[in-house]
Design a protein around this ligand. Structure first.
Ligand SMILES: *Cc1c(COP(=O)(O)O)cnc(C)c1O
Length: 373
């Protein structure tokens, strides 16, 4: 059997940045400020500049980046938070940890992004059932930014806040606007396999609002007030450590180049996959390609045949949130969100990283095409 093609390739990236990353880590070790040291401040300034937002607040994970703004909003069970059902667990989890009520919304069959018609229906239904619509939590699934102008308009019409789950779309763009600068609050993750990843857990929150930024910095440090031992609200231990910040600064220096390479890989897939339904791009936007996800029939057999040919594939995600045992009570059960349920059986994510050669990408295409007929 031939070598397995790397699904993601952190080794190739480390080989490229080896000297720089090692020097930065040594700098943190020598400096002795391991929590919220200068490396964190520098990285936060770089993030704000890169995204074009006023405040970039680094945190301990993408999940905390979603949870902390919800916690800061003081929600309760009468507060409805609208979230696509076809997403990663964290999005729903953060809502329940914040003691709010998740309202699951279906997604668009072509883009995998929140379905605006269903969102409007769910907002009306939530109001009728006595809930107060508070937050829309769209998810930029697989790296493609959601339709923020439309989402911002719906949020404004109902007095809601948008807190976007951009764990997979950091680096994405709509027109000239970067993910992070397109809505009220944006949360991202620096988990190792994300487009920009560290060597542990990490995340960031992006926003322009000065007051909310102060509250989030307090939430990040156990709800502290002006003095460290002055506790003014319930918070969390939600900091990013200096070592991860130093690693992320190094990786950010080559990130734009990596996004170009991801687009190269995506274009080869677009042009050469024969029977799989390739992802539909939103016009005038840049996808960060956290995943390249196709829709297929006979997924199990195709996955096995691809593996045999040295091509690893993954299923993100096999079950929508409204059918998960932990969240079922908040959804409408089987058949209630037909698109999310259907695509959960069809999606297949292919190797995607900036270090794949054209030949390797063609090998993936050949393996999939060979099985399809
Ligand atoms: C990875 C991911 C998260 C969670 O990020 P962590 O850093 O692992 O906590 C949340 N939402 C989506 C869509 C993700 O892909």
């Amino acid at each position: 059997m031939t070598d397995m093609i790397p699904f993601i390739d952190l080794k190739a990236q480390y080989a490229r940045l080896h000297d720089d990353i090692n020097a930065r880590i040594t700098g943190v070790l020598d400096g002795g400020q391991y929590i919220l040291g200068p490396a964190v401040k520098e990285f936060e300034a770089e993030l704000a500049e890169y995204t074009g937002c006023k405040h970039a607040i680094t945190v301990s994970s993408g999940t905390d980046a979603l949870f902390m703004p919800l916690l800061a909003m003081d929600l309760d069970a009468t507060s409805a938070v609208f979230v696509p059902s076809f997403t990663y667990t964290s999005t729903a989890e953060a809502i329940l940890l914040a003691k709010a009520t998740p309202v699951f919304v279906d997604v668009d069959e072509d883009t995998f992004l929140i379905d605006m018609d269903d969102l409007n229906k769910k907002i009306d239904a939530a109001k009728k059932s006595g809930l107060t619509p508070k937050v829309i939590m769209p998810v930029d699934l697989f790296g493609q930014p959601a339709d923020y102008p439309a989402l911002n308009a719906v949020a404004a019409a109902h007095g809601m806040t948008v807190i976007s789950d951009a764990a997979q779309s950091f680096g994405g763009k709509s027109g000239n606007q970067m993910v992070g600068a397109m809505t009220d609050i944006t949360a991202t993750s620096f988990y190792p396999s994300k487009p920009l990843g560290c060597y542990g857990d990490g995340g960031a929150i992006f926003l322009d609002d000065d007051n909310m930024a102060d509250v989030l910095r307090s939430v990040r440090a156990h709800g502290k007030g002006n003095h460290k031992y002055d506790v003014v609200r319930v918070g969390v231990n939600g900091r990013l450590d200096s070592m991860q910040a130093a690693i992320l600064s190094s990786k950010l220096s080559i990130f734009e180049d990596e996004l170009v390479e991801r687009e190269r890989v995506a274009k080869i897939y677009d042009a050469n996959l024969k029977d799989a339904i390739v992802p539909v791009r939103v016009p005038n936007s840049r996808c960060a390609w956290a995943q390249y996800t196709v829709k297929v029939t006979d997924r199990d057999a195709l996955q096995a045949a691809a593996k045999e040919a040295g091509v690893p594939t993954m299923v993100f995600y096999p079950r929508p949130m409204h059918l998960q045992p932990a969240y079922r009570a908040y959804g409408g059960g089987e058949g209630s969100l037909p698109v999310s349920e259907r695509i959960s059986d069809q999606v297949l994510s292919l190797p995607m990283n900036p270090y794949l050669s054209d030949d390797q990408v063609m090998r993936v295409c050949d393996a999939l095409n060979a099985h399809s007929k």
